[in-house]
Write a protein that binds this ligand. Structure first.
Ligand code: SF4
Length: 454
C-alpha cells in the first residue's frame, strides 16, 4: 500500500500516550488521602532519585493553538501569591515522604515560567532546595518563551543551577505567526539561543509545531532550514492537536485553512528528512537530537523514557507534580492537581495538597503501560524482556493483539517474529496507531476526545 493510502487509513483520533491508562480513564471520585498514602508508600523507604515538575500557569497573551493549562493575565502580582502555594505544596510533600528526597530532574513548565521575576524565580528554586536534594548531574530545566524572557532572568536561572532550556518557537513564518497570535522574530529566537549558549546551558531544545493554520510544506521547509542553521541540540516537532471542544479558543483559527492529514504528514516527513540529513538523529516519535546530545545517547543505552514532559533520560523512580494541573507519577500510579489556579491555591491553603483525580493501575494496566513505553521509546519489544519482568508469556497473554498486528506487518509498519516486535522506520509515523492495539480501554464506551494521530 502506498504512503498516501496508509495515511488515509490511519489518520484517526487517538491518545498521545504520555500516560497509560490515558487521562480520560482516570477517576475524579477521589480522596486526597489516596495521594498521601501513595507518596508515603512509594518514596519514604526508597532512596532512588525522582523527578519534580512545577507548573506555572500564567501567560501575558494567548497563543490560539495553546493546549496547556494556562491563565492569561498581565497582573504580575498573581505569581507572588501562587508561588507561596507552590512552596507550601513542596513542604507538605516532603513532610509526607518524611525525609529529604533526592531529585534527578527538576522541570518548570507552563504557562510561562518566566512570567515570574528573577526574585520570584530565586525564591521558588531555593525553597525547592530547602526540602529536596539534587542528585549529581541532575537535569534542571525550564520552558522559555523568548518574547517575554530577559537576559537577566536567564542569568539568574543559570546562576541557580538550571542547565537546560526549551525555547518555544513553533514556526518562523510571519503569516502563520499572525494567524496563531504569536509574533516572534527569528532574530529574537536566535539572540536568545546565543545568549543561552554563552551562559552554558546544554541540551537546548526548540519546540516546533506542524498542522498550524496557513502552514504548507513549502513554508515550513523554510522554517526547518532556519532552525537547522541555528542548530539547537534538540528539536521537538509536535503535531498540533486541534480540540476546540476542550479548548474553545482554538476555534478562532477555524477562519484559516489548516493542512489536512496528508499535508501534515508531508510536512513531518520533510522535517524528518531535513533533520536526519543534517546531523540530527530521530528520537522516539517526534524528537530529534544531535549525536552529541544525551537524548541521543539514551537511545543507544536504551534508557529513554516518555512522560508528561516528553522524552527524557532522567526517568527516576517516579515524578511529583507541583502546581495547578500538574501531573505526578507515584508508585507507577497517576495523580493530577486541581486545574484552576484559585481553587488550587485554596486547596493548598487548607489541605496542603490539591490532588483532584488520578489512576491506580491494575496489573493489566502495568503490563500494557510497559508495552506502550517499549514501543514508543525503543520501537522494539522483546518477548524475553516481558517474560523476565512479568513472569508471563507475551505470546500467550497478548495473542489477540499479535493477530491484530499482522495487518501492520503486511503494510511494512512493523515486523513480528519469535523474538519480538520491531517497528520499522516507516512504522514510526504510525506508532500511535500501533500503541492503540494494546490499549484495553479504547473498546469501552467513552466521552474522551483525542487528537488526530497523523
Ligand atoms: S506562551 Fe505557551 S503556554 Fe502560554 S499561551 Fe502561548 S503556547 Fe500557551
Amino acid at each position: 500500500m502506498d504512503l498516501t493510502k496508509l495515511i488515509k487509513k490511519y489518520a484517526t483520533s487517538g491518545p498521545r500516550y504520555t500516560s497509560y491508562p490515558t487521562a480520560p480513564q482516570w477517576t475524579e471520585n477521589w480522596k486526597i488521602e489516596v495521594y498521601q498514602e501513595q507518596l508515603k508508600k512509594s518514596f519514604s523507604g526508597n532512596a532512588e532519585p525522582i523527578a519534580l515538575y512545577i507548573h506555572i500557569p500564567f501567560c501575558e497573551a494567548l497563543c490560539f493553538y495553546c493546549g496547556c493549562n494556562i491563565q492569561i493575565t498581565k497582573d504580575h502580582s498573581k505569581s507572588g501569591v501562587y508561588i507561596e502555594a507552590l512552596i507550601k505544596e513542596l513542604k507538605t510533600v516532603s513532610e509526607i515522604i518524611g525525609r529529604r528526597q533526592t531529585l534527578s530532574q527538576i522541570s518548570w513548565g507552563g504557562g510561562t515560567p518566566t512570567f515570574m521575576t528573577s526574585q520570584e524565580i530565586e525564591r521558588l528554586h531555593l525553597a525547592t532546595l530547602k526540602y529536596f536534594d539534587l542528585a549529581e548531574g541532575a537535569e534542571v530545566s525550564i520552558e522559555i518563551d523568548p518574547r517575554v524572557t530577559s537576559n537577566e532572568q536567564l542569568s539568574t536561572l543559570r546562576r541557580l543551577g538550571f542547565n537546560r532550556v526549551s525555547l518555544g518557537v513553533q514556526d518562523f513564518n510571519e503569516n502563520v505567526q499572525k494567524a496563531v497570535n504569536r509574533i516572534q522574530s527569528i532574530e529574537l529566537t536566535s539572540n536568545m539561543l546565543k545568549f543561552c549558549r554563552e551562559l552554558g546551558f546544554q541540551g537546548i531544545n526548540f519546540d516546533l509545531i506542524y498542522g498550524l493554520p496557513l502552514q504548507t510544506k513549502q513554508s515550513f521547509h523554510k522554517t526547518l532550514q532556519e532552525v537547522i542553521a541555528l542548530r539547537p541540540d534538540r528539536i521537538a516537532l509536535y503535531n498540533y492537536a486541534h480540540l476546540p471542544s476542550l479548548r474553545p479558543h482554538q476555534k478562532i483559527m477555524d477562519r484559516f485553512e489548516r493542512p489536512d492529514s496528508e499535508d501534515r504528514l508531508a510536512i513531518f516527513s520533510d522535517g524528518y528528512t531535513e533533520f536526519t540529513q543534517n546531523g540530527y538523529r530521530s528520537i522516539g516519535m517526534d524528537h530529534f537530537a544531535l549525536e552529541s546530545d544525551e537524548l541521543f545517547l539514551a537511545i543507544e543505552k536504551e534508557t529513554l523514557y516518555r512522560n508528561f514532559m516528553g522524552y527524557t533520560v532522567k526517568r527516576g523512580a517516579g515524578m511529583i507534580g507541583i502546581g495547578a494541573s500538574a501531573i505526578g507519577e507515584v508508585g507507577g500510579n497517576y495523580f493530577q492537581n486541581t486545574r484552576e489556579t484559585r481553587p488550587y491555591e485554596d486547596s493548598i491553603a487548607h489541605e496542603g495538597l490539591s490532588s483532584f483525580r488520578g489512576c491506580l493501575l491494575t496489573s493489566d494496566d502495568v503490563q500494557r503501560k510497559w508495552i506502550i513505553q517499549q514501543l514508543m521509546c525503543k520501537f522494539v519489544l522483546r518477548f524475553q524482556d516481558y517474560r523476565s519482568l512479568f513472569n508471563d508469556s507475551f505470546e500467550i497473554t497478548f495473542q489477540n493483539e499479535i493477530k491484530l498486528l499482522s495487518e501492520f506487518a503486511s503494510e511494512g509498519i512493523l515486523t513480528v517474529d519469535s523474538q519480538g516486535i520491531v517497528i520499522t522506520d516507516l512504522g514510526r509515523l504510525f506508532i500511535r496507531n500501533v500503541a492503540m492495539i494494546f490499549d484495553a480501554y479504547l473498546s469501552l464506551p467513552t466521552q474522551a476526545t483525542y487528537s488526530k494521530t497523523l
